[in-house]
Ligand binder design. Structure first.
Ligand SMILES: *[C@@H]1O[C@H](CO)[C@@H](O)[C@H](O)[C@H]1NC(C)=O
Ligand SMILES: *[C@@H]1O[C@H](CO)[C@@H](O)[C@H](O)[C@H]1NC(C)=O
Ligand SMILES: *[C@@H]1O[C@H](CO)[C@@H](O)[C@H](O)[C@H]1NC(C)=O
Ligand SMILES: CC(=O)N[C@H]1CO[C@H](CO)[C@@H](O)[C@@H]1O
Length: 384
């Protein structure tokens, strides 16, 4: 989802330490088994199972440990109790051009200074808290390394620094070298943690108007690089699942965003496929969502890989009415390994967490059919 919240205009320039990259730190191992693909589903905590999960892009930027704890506890209370597994996609992309004072950021790309990966208390130490709480509560995380969108910096932040743009970022040696430094820092930090479900190349990578070769080649070489650093965790692309034919030539089937879901899923170092579902934003009726789900399931079946519906939503006064038909399709008509709704919401010390019109709040009436009941269905669904 492209967030409809612009990153604040930066008036003040914060001077960021411009020293050489800090030493890579590795955090202590925990010894439980890692998640892995088995056929079309995943082995999670040593059991092959379907799952349900959600998205909370904001949790890594919270500065109060108790807020992180509260969210994790709520996930565990509801999901762990019923399902033993909850997954969360963590949009880990606050890589800012120039970070405003007081902002949690993981990487700063300030023109005139060396790129700076922030291992400090307002940097990756905030992610440490999320990972530690996830271990404690038995939650698994998908960690993306870049955001296609400008929210939290994303590719734009690199482009401001390296003089690239939304399309040639993928092929710029300088930008890719820095992206890999960042990947290496994060992967080494958590490579022993079983709270990591998978590493994700990026949130919704697109290369508008490009040949699909560009993202294909980038996805292949980047996923190979991640596997060379950490062969035990899964790797996925994080794309929206764009197709290059069918659908009467409607927008999601035109390949115009430079992504070929099927071709990319054939890459050996990608363990599973992801797709997103934003019918309204893509000019499609919400009912079309079920067709999109069936099509991605069929491709996963053909290639023998798990496929995850990683984001879905449609702004509506009644989330249940729009989403239940999709969830029924996932559950009854496919072997989609899991679905992750956009977006989890809760009440923390600073007030309600963000609601872009798609939030389903912990404890709200629609949380029961859309989260508790569906999660219970998914985890008890027999694995073939
Ligand atoms: C990016 O820059 C290249 C030339 O350096 C240009 O061909 C391409 O169209 C640009 N892409 C965008 C999205 O502006
Ligand atoms: C889907 O979302 C759009 C955008 O907000 C809205 O206009 C439309 O009514 C929604 N569809 C349904 C069935 O709620
Ligand atoms: C929302 O939709 C569901 C399913 O169609 C329906 O059962 C429920 O009554 C609706 N809720 C409201 C507040 O309209
Ligand atoms: C390696 C490769 O590209 N394999 C397949 C990828 O998907 C396309 C269709 O999009 C197939 O034609 C390729 O054989």
């Amino acid at each position: 989802m492209k967030l409809h919240r612009a990153v604040s205009i930066l008036a003040a320039i914060q001077v960021v330490a411009a020293a050489a990259l800090p030493a890579i730190s590795e955090r202590a191992p925990n010894h439980a088994a890692f998640c892995k693909p088995v056929g079309r589903v995943f082995e999670i905590d040593e059991k092959a199972q379907y799952f349900m999960g959600t998205n909370t892009y904001w949790i890594g930027f919270l500065t109060n440990d108790d807020d992180v704890d509260l969210v994790m506890k709520h996930l565990k209370q509801v999901w762990h109790y019923y399902t033993k597994i909850a997954l969360r996609k963590q949009v880990l992309t606050r890589q800012l051009w120039i970070p405003p004072p007081g902002t949690v950021y993981y990487q700063a790309l300030v023109p005139g200074s060396e790129p700076y990966i922030n291992l400090g208390p307002d940097g990756l130490q905030r992610l440490d808290v999320v990972v530690d709480k996830a271990v404690h509560y038995g939650i698994k995380l998908i960690i993306p390394f870049i955001n296609n969108w400008g929210d939290y910096g994303g590719i734009n932040a690199y482009s401001n620094y390296f003089g690239t743009n939304a399309t040639n970022w993928y092929t710029s040696d300088a930008a890719q070298a820095q992206y890999r430094k960042y990947i290496k820092t994060v992967v080494r930090r958590y490579k022993h943690s079983n709270a990591i479900f998978a590493w994700e190349l990026g949130n919704e990578p697109r290369c508008h108007g490009c040949s699909t070769d560009i993202i294909f080649n980038w996805a292949k070489s980047t996923s190979e690089y991640i596997k060379s650093l950490d062969s035990r965790h899964m790797v996925t692309l994080g794309d929206e699942g764009w197709l290059v034919s069918g659908g009467d030539g409607a927008y999601p089937y035109q390949g115009v965003e430079g992504v070929d879901f099927e071709r990319n899923l054939s890459i050996e170092t990608l363990d599973f496929g992801t797709f997103h579902q934003w019918p309204h934003a893509w000019g499609m009726p919400y009912e079309w969502g079920s067709q999109w789900i069936l099509e991605h399931d069929a491709i996963g079946k053909k290639l023998g890989k798990p496929v995850v519906l990683e984001e879905y939503g449609n702004i509506s006064t009644n989330h249940t009415a729009t989403r239940l038909p999709w969830l029924d399709t996932v559950y009854y008509d496919t072997e989609i390994a899991g679905d992750m709704y956009w977006q989890y919401a809760d009440y923390i010390s600073t007030g309600p967490t963000p609601d872009d019109g798609n939030a389903v709040y912990y404890g709200a009436p629609d949380y029961i059919p859309l989260v508790i009941d569906h999660a219970a269905d998914m985890v008890s669904k027999p694995v073939p």
